[in-house]
Design a protein around this ligand. Structure first.
Ligand code: CU
Length: 204
């Protein structure tokens, strides 16, 4: 009985939360054998620029992000901060946050940088991925990057979705406005906004 419970607990740990596969995360925060917690803001308790840590080259105009999602659905927010040891992620790479469905692999081929953000070859930065699920609380993972002129976004086999679909939440007003003839897009967008608030409020 105890063994069964233990197995269940381990299975729970192994399947819970999410993995940041690309750019390679600062450290593995899934599973056991470490003191990190994905509930911890801003980076699951993993400090920046840790000795022997990962740092991935990323294109100057923005690059790819690959997530390993384990929950039935998630809201995904991706932020960026400049510097060698980032704790303040003050740029958003998802001005339209994502609503993802399914557990599996999500590849975002290119996340463009904000227009006002200028980086050059060698600029160090970090990427923060936040997922919000049913509990309403955020899960965090971070990856350290260096912007490089010769870095390329992932393509082909390296960037495949597997069992996960995603939609940009703010995009829904555009597509809905197209689909629902005659409906005022402003009204429609506030209906979508209220629906999002309602869902978030329910799970808090
Ligand atoms: Cu989880």
């Amino acid at each position: 009985m105890v063994a069964t419970l233990l197995l269940l607990a381990v299975a729970q740990l192994a399947t819970a939360h999410f993995g940041l596969e690309y750019p390679t995360w600062r450290a593995t925060t899934l599973g056991t054998g470490h003191n990190y917690s994905q509930w911890s803001y801003p980076c699951a308790g993993v400090p920046g620029n840790i000795a022997g840590g990962n740092r991935t080259d990323w294109p100057l105009t923005g690059g790819s992000v690959v997530l390993d999602l384990h929950h039935p659905w998630s809201y995904v927010f991706i932020n960026l901060g400049l510097g060698e040891n980032v704790t303040n992620f003050n740029y958003t790479l998802t001005p339209q946050f994502l609503n993802t469905t399914g557990n599996g692999t999500l590849c975002l081929p290119t996340l463009p940088l904000p227009a006002n953000l200028k980086v050059e070859d060698g600029t160090e930065a970090s990427i923060q991925v936040i997922t919000v699920g049913e509990s309403g609380a955020g899960l965090y993972n971070c990856a350290d990057i260096t912007f490089k002129a010769d870095a390329k976004p992932l393509a082909g086999d390296a960037c495949q979705n597997n069992n996960v679909t995603s939609v940009a939440v703010k995009d829904q007003k555009a597509t809905s406005a197209g689909a629902v003839a005659g409906m005022n897009p402003v009204v429609l967008s506030s209906v979508v906004g209220l629906a999002v608030l309602f869902v978030c409020g329910m799970s808090l």
